[in-house]
Design a protein around this ligand. Structure first.
Ligand code: ZN
Ligand code: ZN
Length: 351
């Protein structure tokens, strides 16, 4: 089969790889669509992978073509996406059902071969069924959508909440779509790119702020009559936005950090004061899993896509054959491409 192999940082090759062998607890998935995750970019261009050489790629969907002998509930022809984490099921966090914090996990596309390939053998426990009418490239975006939903569950969001999202990558845009699907009336989007703010409005944002052009906190406080929003998400990983997320939260607000910054954070005296006086809860959100594995993040995101209540088409900026993947990463490295979700089709374009 055709696959993309990474041998070292920035070195991607189109290879002819052996067909994966389907284990007794696995299904063989014919990969119909696989997306580039934000995390694939530093993995491939900067830090390298946990294991080398490796076939990267962990946001995928496809068709079941073979079913392992111990697998129940799946037949050839089923459509599925899969959670990329393979939990150890033995550590204290797995035993508590908090799989995002597993201490002995494996991971498709970073510790195990992934889906930048025509086929992948996947643990049946990781599979999430897709309606046959749901496009495979929608299914391949359930990973970032599930990451967005996990942040809402961390914040214990209810429809009466109001929301500000800082950072409009795929997870931020799905957060806006999910807030709308939940029925939230005030959904504020903040980014430094006007085109992303435009997509955010299409996704359901009720008010948008370009924080490069204006003071985001002042703008959204003016807009909300000084109340801020009851939930704020930082999905950018920018320390500036992290502080703004604290300042934008109203009384009893929940502030969720999801974007990775790799940087220190300094908070102004006003921000520190607000944490106390407004009784803010500041929390982290990591990955997308809950009990029973892979969790309601995955099943709920799949249901919303099956019911057309989330629309990944608004996020997919490129649709390409798998062979073009090494060239695309070169362009990303040279900052020669503007993109949102880049999608590859290892078995040809979708019908
Ligand atoms: Zn991902
Ligand atoms: Zn574990």
């Amino acid at each position: 089969m055709k696959a993309i192999q990474m041998t070292e940082v920035k070195k991607l090759h189109v290879i002819d790889a052996p067909m994966p062998v389907c284990g007794s607890d696995e299904v063989l998935l014919k990969i119909m669509a696989v997306g580039v995750c934000g995390s694939d970019i530093p993995r491939i261009l900067k830090f390298g992978s946990h294991v080398l050489p490796i076939i990267p790629g962990h946001e995928f969907a496809g068709e079941v073509v073979e079913v392992g002998k111990d697998v129940e509930g799946w037949v050839s022809g089923d459509h599925a996406t899969a959670a990329p984490l393979i939990p150890c099921n033995e550590c204290e966090w797995c035993k508590k059902g908090i799989y995002s914090l597993c201490e002995g996990y494996k991971y498709y596309g970073s510790r195990n071969d992934g889906a930048y390939a025509q086929y992948l053998a996947v643990k049946a426990a990781n599979l999430v069924k897709l309606d046959p009418a749901t496009p495979f490239d929608w299914g391949a975006t359930i990973d970032p959508a599930a990451n967005a939903l996990h942040a809402f569950y961390r914040a214990e969001a209810v429809p009466e909440d109001t929301l500000t999202v800082f950072g409009l990558g795929a997870i931020g845009l799905f957060a806006i779509q999910y807030a709308k699907a939940l029925g939230m009336k005030e959904i504020i989007a903040v980014d430094i790119q006007d085109d992303k703010l435009e997509v955010a409005r299409q996704c359901g944002a009720t008010y948008t702020v370009n924080s490069k052009k204006e003071d985001a906190v002042k703008a959204l406080m003016d807009h909300t009559g000084g109340k801020g929003t009851t939930i704020t998400f930082d999905m950018s990983g920018s320390p500036i936005a992290q502080e703004q997320a604290v300042l934008a939260a109203g009384k009893m607000g929940r502030v969720v950090f999801l974007g990775i910054s790799h940087a220190p954070l300094t908070l102004s005296d006003k921000a520190v004061d607000n944490i106390l006086r407004y009784q803010l809860a500041i929390m982290g959100s990591w990955n997308s899993f809950s009990n029973p594995f892979p969790g309601k993040e995955w099943t709920e995101a799949a249901r919303l896509m099956d019911e057309k209540k989330m629309n990944p088409d608004l996020l997919i900026s490129h649709k390409l054959p798998l062979e073009e993947l090494p060239g695309i990463f070169e362009k990303i490295d040279q900052r020669a491409i503007e993109f949102n979700k880049i999608m590859f089709y290892p078995n040809g374009p979708l019908e």
